[in-house]
Design a protein around this ligand. Structure first.
Ligand SMILES: *[C@@H]1O[C@H](CO)[C@@H](O)[C@H](O)[C@H]1NC(C)=O
Ligand SMILES: *[C@@H]1O[C@H](CO)[C@@H](O)[C@H](O)[C@H]1NC(C)=O
Ligand SMILES: *[C@@H]1O[C@H](CO)[C@@H](O)[C@H](O)[C@H]1NC(C)=O
Ligand SMILES: *[C@@H]1O[C@H](CO)[C@@H](O)[C@H](O)[C@H]1NC(C)=O
Ligand SMILES: *[C@@H]1O[C@H](CO)[C@@H](O)[C@H](O)[C@H]1NC(C)=O
Ligand SMILES: *[C@@H]1O[C@H](CO)[C@@H](O)[C@H](O)[C@H]1NC(C)=O
Ligand SMILES: *[C@@H]1O[C@H](CO)[C@@H](O)[C@H](O)[C@H]1NC(C)=O
Ligand SMILES: *[C@@H]1O[C@H](CO)[C@@H](O)[C@H](O)[C@H]1NC(C)=O
Ligand SMILES: *[C@@H]1O[C@H](CO)[C@@H](O)[C@H](O)[C@H]1NC(C)=O
Length: 458
């Protein structure tokens, strides 16, 4: 993941004050018992997210987000969930086009970006493709099937499994010139775990389940995942043989494991996975739904100090989507999860009262617009407003190849596209390479600095 280290301009307090007068007409006040009011609010936040997207316009590049490539996966995932839960297919053509155009050779390593992609960046596109398959977005004729794209990401990632350091695990970054290359971080590994678990359930191919177990066991053996306290750390480093942890608490690290464990439980029905689901869900609730705001509104650690960067803003959106699917495939969690999604959806909707046009904010717990503006804010509101619609009686759980999913399987997807070696990369024009590396170092440097600051400060 590549981190924009600059923060967006802060709110104009005066502007905010003036807008208080008009908030009543532009707020997205939803009635949490009324499906139509929630769908209507979601349609406004989805529309707002797409005002930041021009990839479908003539002369533009579908799915391209220069400097924040992975965010395309976050946008398209939110629009997939929006379609799944509301039935409104308005954005499906743009989603299909963008997700195909960025596919590279069928594994989400497109050459414009591949020299500085991190394992987590690629993984989020793989999970988006998996979601498309699981909610029955029809495959694109003559394109890559959604399932094959997820398989392509899986195949290229397991090929990078690094047994030479710390006994296993994926590094954060793929190439040694990327800052963060010596780190093994949770999201890369929990993401691969989740992808493997979802592929196992969809295809019923035991190879994927074996990999899910392998990734999980390595994480438990490392400082990243504690399977007794259910603490989920953020990262560890091969420079000290993975003996220490960066323990900043982020929602998406918990959510990525929780979702994968839910799939493994649904697929295997083994008690060990139920224990993991319950423990991780409990830890997620205890850690990120502060009781001082009623205990049902999700909060990221960076919010009170208004220090969230674009990536960090997106984490809660990803997690609300994962909570929704978890509730559907592990029905015993439904009654616990629904109030968390409801409280968060109501608060998120109230945050979407900015600029007289439903601009959404970052800090849901404030239950009003906080002056922040961005595609990311619109995306996460769409995620939670869509996912809370698990409350509908007729909602469909993610399918498998035996319960209605027909995305075409290609177990060897991506295997012709081995991770490019450093030598091969020299073929990329010098200008491209240097530019990309500088960008990466600057971003990752900001990320490390911020993490250090949060660890010290928190
Ligand atoms: C809302 O208004 C602001 C200020 O005019 C503009 O920058 C933004 O793009 C608008 N958002 C939407 C969703 O129309
Ligand atoms: C691109 O998508 C937007 C909706 O997000 C739509 O309003 C616009 O007409 C589309 N443009 C083209 C050229 O299809
Ligand atoms: C890569 O960049 C070229 C030149 O800008 C563009 O035509 C192409 O669509 C881009 N591909 C992707 C996957 O973004
Ligand atoms: C935690 O992991 C260890 C090592 O794999 C295993 O022996 C133990 O049973 C696990 N505990 C739980 C609660 O799953
Ligand atoms: C859930 O969290 C509570 C409060 O921390 C704790 O008492 C309880 O044992 C936890 N339950 C599980 C299943 O982990
Ligand atoms: C697995 O998910 C399905 C929904 O697809 C659900 O009906 C079923 O009860 C789940 N199985 C378990 C063991 O939770
Ligand atoms: C599901 O139910 C909602 C009302 O709760 C309705 O608006 C929607 O059309 C239904 N969807 C399907 C696929 O039947
Ligand atoms: C897969 O199912 C979808 C409907 O869910 C349908 O539109 C599509 O034609 C099917 N594809 C194949 C190859 O059967
Ligand atoms: C299962 O997946 C593995 C790993 O991709 C692959 O090698 C194998 O051919 C697959 N088996 C089947 C029956 O599809």
């Amino acid at each position: 993941m590549h981190i924009a280290s600059t923060h967006r301009p802060r709110a104009l307090a005066l502007f905010t004050a003036l807008l208080c007068l008009s908030v009543a007409v532009s707020a997205l006040d939803i009635d949490i018992t009324d499906v139509d009011s929630i769908k209507s609010a979601a349609s406004k936040t989805a529309y707002g997210s797409m005002t930041w997207y021009s990839g479908n316009e003539t002369g533009q590049i579908p799915g391209a987000f220069p400097d924040k490539w992975w965010e395309g996966a976050a946008l398209f995932t939110s629009l997939l969930l929006y379609w799944h839960y509301t039935g409104d297919s308005t954005y499906n053509p743009q989603v299909r086009q963008g997700m195909q155009h960025q596919a590279g050779n069928g594994d989400y390593m497109p050459s414009n970006y591949s020299s500085w992609i991190g394992n987590d960046d690629q993984m989020f596109w793989g999970l988006a493709a998996m979601t498309a398959a699981e909610i029955k977005l029809p495959d694109v004729d003559g394109g890559y099937s959604w399932l094959a794209l997820a398989q392509g990401v899986f195949n290229t990632q397991v090929d990078r499994w690094d047994t030479e350091n710390c006994g296993g695990g994926l590094r954060w970054q793929i190439y040694n010139y990327e800052a963060g290359y010596t780190m093994k971080n949770t999201i890369s590994n929990a993401g691969l775990f989740q992808l493997a678990a979802r592929l196992a359930r969809y295809t019923d191919n035991s190879t994927y389940a074996e990999w899910a177990n392998k990734v999980w066991d390595w994480c438990v053996s490392s400082p990243l995942l504690n399977n007794e306290t259910w603490n989920v750390a953020d990262s560890t480093n091969i420079e000290d043989s993975c003996s220490t942890q960066g323990n900043t608490q982020w929602t998406y690290n918990y959510g990525a494991f929780l979702m994968g464990a839910a799939y493994m439980y649904n697929y295997t029905e083994k008690a060990v996975w139920k224990t993991a689901v319950d423990g991780l869900l409990n830890a997620t609730i205890n850690g990120f739904f502060p009781t001082k705001y009623g205990g049902n509104i999700m909060q990221e650690i960076c919010e009170p100090s208004e220090a969230c960067n674009n990536n960090e803003i997106l984490f809660r959106g990803l997690v609300t989507g994962w909570l929704g699917f978890t509730a559907l495939i592990v029905p015993s969690t439904y009654d616990t999860i629904l109030p968390k999604l409801q409280g968060s959806a109501v608060a998120a909707a109230k945050s979407c009262s900015g600029m007289s046009n439903n601009t959404c904010g970052v800090q849901w717990y404030k239950s009003e617009w906080d002056g922040w503006v961005g595609m990311e804010e619109q995306i996460i509101a769409t995620d939670v407003l869509s996912s809370v619609l698990i409350m509908q009686d007729n909602v469909s759980a993610p399918v498998t190849s035996t319960t209605g999913g027909n995305s075409t399987s290609d177990p060897s997807a991506g295997t012709s596209d081995k991770t490019t070696s450093a030598a091969e990369l020299s073929e990329i024009t010098t200008g491209d390479r240097v530019g990309a590396v500088v960008v990466t170092v600057a971003f990752a440097g900001g990320w490390l600095a911020l993490m250090g600051w949060m660890v010290m400060g928190g």
